[in-house]
Ligand binder design. Structure first.
Ligand SMILES: Nc1ncnc2c1ncn2[C@@H]1O[C@H](COP(=O)(O)OP(=O)(O)OP(=O)(O)O)[C@@H](O)[C@H]1O
Ligand SMILES: [Mg+2]
Length: 277
């Protein structure tokens, strides 16, 4: 059987709604992929630095990071650190990202600066995971144009569902405007809490509306997932046996399956690096 070439496959975690599990999903997807033996780069595009801190980086170790690579011409390779997890590297995010929209306003091809920064790194990683801020500003637009796939975490509650409708609309408009953006990998229900009636009701409504686009795997509410970042650990390091760890391992398997099914799209976009002898 020919091995699939996933070189540089880039996945962005996108939702302009805050606190829906983008970072938790980015960190644990990246860590699970690395645990499976893949070479993974996690790029933190959020000024809150949550992904970087969740993997144990200290505030003193955030520079140079993604802001410097995107905005200041620092060599992208120089903005990357190894993490404690074998195979997982990180390009940290810092407060400097907060002014990205203003900084990039007059820059030519401002929607493509991240794409350019990542270009030379793609051959060095199997997967690049992008953790986006809770906005649809230029950093998220850059993530959408750099990504082969984008993933939308959503909490199954009323505002989560409402936000999803707007987000899908907005992403379509961005895609149409720029004419270049990744494919939709799917929606993942996060922090699902079945002690609340609304979860079943709204989760069901999301599944009914978006059908197979919604991942079968749900990430249920799990206190260990909430604790892990304060120890700077991915969930597999913090508590490999907890339900949150199992859910993210299952989710990663499902995501890989979806990516492999969509491999033809990858080849079409990057024929020079995707050709598989
Ligand atoms: N399945 C879960 N169970 C319990 N807590 C969770 C779960 N997933 C995420 N959390 C917690 O919920 C909070 C928000 O999650 P997270 O930071 O991943 O969201 P986000 O979408 O990245 O937020 P932001 O929009 O601010 O970047 C965090 O405190 C996180 O630890
Ligand atoms: Mg986040």
């Amino acid at each position: 059987m020919t091995e699939i070439n996933r070189e540089g496959t880039t996945i962005a975690l996108v939702n302009n709604k805050g606190g829906v599990g983008k970072t938790t999903t980015a960190v644990n997807l990246a860590a699970c992929l690395a645990d499976d033996g893949h070479r993974v780069l996690l790029v933190d595009l959020d000024a809150q630095s949550s992904a970087s801190l969740s993997l144990g980086l200290t505030r003193a170790n955030l520079f140079p990071g993604s802001a410097e690579a995107i905005l200041d011409g620092v060599q992208p390779r120089d903005a990357i650190r190894a993490s404690r997890i074998s195979g997982l590297s990180i390009m940290p995010g810092s407060m400097s990202l907060a002014s990205a929209d203003i900084y990039l306003a007059d820059v030519e091809n401002r929607e493509l600066v991240l794409h350019s920064a990542l270009k030379q790194l793609r051959s060095e990683y199997d997967f690049i995971v992008l953790d986006c801020p809770p906005s649809l500003g230029l950093l998220t637009v850059n993530a959408l144009t750099s990504a082969d796939f984008f993933l939308v975490p959503v909490t199954p509650d009323y505002l989560g569902f409402e936000g999803l409708l707007n987000l899908m609309d907005a992403v379509d408009r961005i895609k149409a405007g720029i004419g270049k953006a990744g494919s939709f990998l799917g929606i993942v229900l996060t922090m699902a809490d079945y002690r609340q009636n609304v979860t079943k009701e709204i989760g069901g409504a999301i599944r009914q509306k978006y059908g197979h686009l919604v991942f079968l795997t749900e990430i249920k509410v799990n206190v260990r997932l909430k604790e892990a970042p304060s120890f700077g650990k991915a969930i597999n390091e913090y508590d490999k046996g907890c339900s949150g760890a199992k859910a993210y391992r299952e989710f990663t398997k499902e995501a890989l399956k979806r990516i492999d099914q969509g491999d033809f799209q990858l080849r079409r976009r990057y024929p020079e690096v995707r050709s598989n002898p």
